[in-house]
Design a binder for this molecule. Structure first.
Ligand code: NAD
Length: 393
């Protein structure tokens, strides 16, 4: 079929297999250009099909030559409709690892469940014996607790008082004012259940109980802090509270299992998860303009290559006072933040393309779904049904 983008609010409900393959190939080229003298051998990536998790898998495989097991929740093609972007990304990743002779296995299912954890541990026991690096990069709106079977939903709300600020309707290019009422106790608790550190801890418990963690194993979960303008809805809101719980989990994992468990605070980038957060797409559009002018702009792959090479394997971790790795150092540069803050109050629907890099935001958003990539002929019919060869049932 001929596939065109169909945008509904902050998601695109179609995706293009050739475009996704092109985007994955671009990241692989960047990862291959970085060789590392030291690196992991066997890497488990939880949330491996898009965004930061996909870049982690690509870096592990193509900068370090590591075997990878990837876990994700993606939709295959059904009734002639395109699969989700993460599905096609994985098809492309597997075809490149096959060509390079790199071990790859993938699990498509609910990472929060005990069943999936058991299957992954069994595969590690059988295929690798041990895993030496675990990347936790899930972003999900809901989670079913495997013990109680209760399903929790996360929300993106301020805590304590209502919040009002400029936001960008990315599908219409409109600058609007958004007002969000404060979360109640239940919403705060539920968001922590979904996006907090409990599931990361359960994964590390399952791996330790299965006897598959090497003595020098490292694990990293990703987090975000961002600028003051987003704090009411991010750092000091429901999601920020959940992220504090991820920091608690890192300490618990270190203590229980002796694993070097880190939280890495990454830069704001365009992903399926970040496009759903109010205010953040406007901030990202302005940030891109400022960081590109300074020559410090990075996407997921540049961030993760820097994480693996400079912070995890070749250089020092350079943790902050709270023990977190700060890959957001270039974003949080005071000069960058001052410039963003000076642009922020001036931005309107009329000047959004001049004062920010909204054009790049839109381009990157479409690219997440395999659209707008150079060298792909979008007028051609494409086969939507593609299988992930090394998918474990
Ligand atoms: P993303 O939406 O691109 O990726 C989410 C991944 O989680 C996908 O692989 C998806 O398949 C998987 N997933 C979701 N629910 C699942 C489930 N139930 N079972 C198995 N897999 C599931 O997200 P992202 O933006 O790359 O975010 C990853 C992490 O990075 C998050 O912790 C996020 O807070 C953090 N982070 C993101 C940004 C940003 O700007 N996007 C910045 C800093 C930190």
């Amino acid at each position: 079929m001929i596939i065109q983008p169909k945008i509904r609010g902050f998601v695109c409900i179609t995706s293009h297999p050739e475009g996704c393959a092109k985007k994955v190939a671009q990241e692989i080229t960047k990862a291959k250009a970085t060789t590392m003298s030291k690196g992991p051998k066997n890497v488990l990536v939880i949330g491996a099909s898009t965004g930061y998790g996909l870049s982690s898998r690509i870096t592990a495989a193509f900068s370090c030559g590591a075997s990878t097991i990837g876990v994700f929740f993606e939709r295959p093609s059904l009734k002639g409709k395109p699969a989700s972007a993460g599905w096609y990304n994985t098809v492309a990743f597997e075809s490149e690892t096959k060509a390079a002779g790199i071990y790859t296995k993938s699990f498509n299912g609910d990472a929060f469940s005990n069943e999936l954890k058991k299957k992954v541990v069994k595969t590690i026991q059988e295929d690798w014996g041990k895993v030496d690096c675990v990347i936790y990069s899930l972003a999900s709106p809901r989670r079913t607790d495997p013990k109680t079977e209760i399903t929790y939903r996360s929300c993106l709300k301020p805590i304590g008082e209502a919040f009002s600020n400029l936001t960008l309707d990315t599908s219409k290019g409109l600058i609007e004012t958004i007002s969000i009422g404060p979360a109640n106790e239940e919403e705060i608790e539920h968001t922590t259940k979904v996006m907090g550190g409990e599931d990361w801890e359960l994964w590390m418990d399952a791996l330790a109980e299965g006897g598959v963690l090497t003595e020098d194993a490292k694990s990293v979960a990703y987090s975000y802090i961002g600028p003051e303008v987003t704090w009411p809805v991010y750092k000091n809101g429901t999601i920020g509270t959940a992220k504090l719980d991820v920091e608690r989990a890192s300490r618990a994992i270190k203590k229980k299992h002796g694993v070097d468990a880190f939280v890495s605070v990454n830069k704001a980038v365009v992903t399926q998860a970040s496009s759903a957060i109010p205010v953040v797409p406007l901030y990202i559009s302005i940030l891109f303009k400022v960081m590109k002018a300074k020559g410090t702009h990075e996407g997921c792959i540049e961030q993760i290559i820097r994480l693996f090479k400079d912070r995890l394997y070749e250089g020092e971790h350079q943790c902050d006072q709270m023990g977190r790795i700060r890959l957001d150092d270039l974003e949080m540069d005071p000069q960058v933040q001052e410039e963003v803050a000076s642009i922020w109050p001036k931005v309107t629907t009329e000047n959004i393309y001049d004062l920010s890099d909204f054009a790049a935001y839109q381009k990157e958003f479409l690219e997440l779904f395999g659209f707008g990539l150079e060298g792909v002929d979008y007028t051609q019919e494409v086969e939507v049904e593609r299988s992930i060869e090394n998918l474990v049932d």
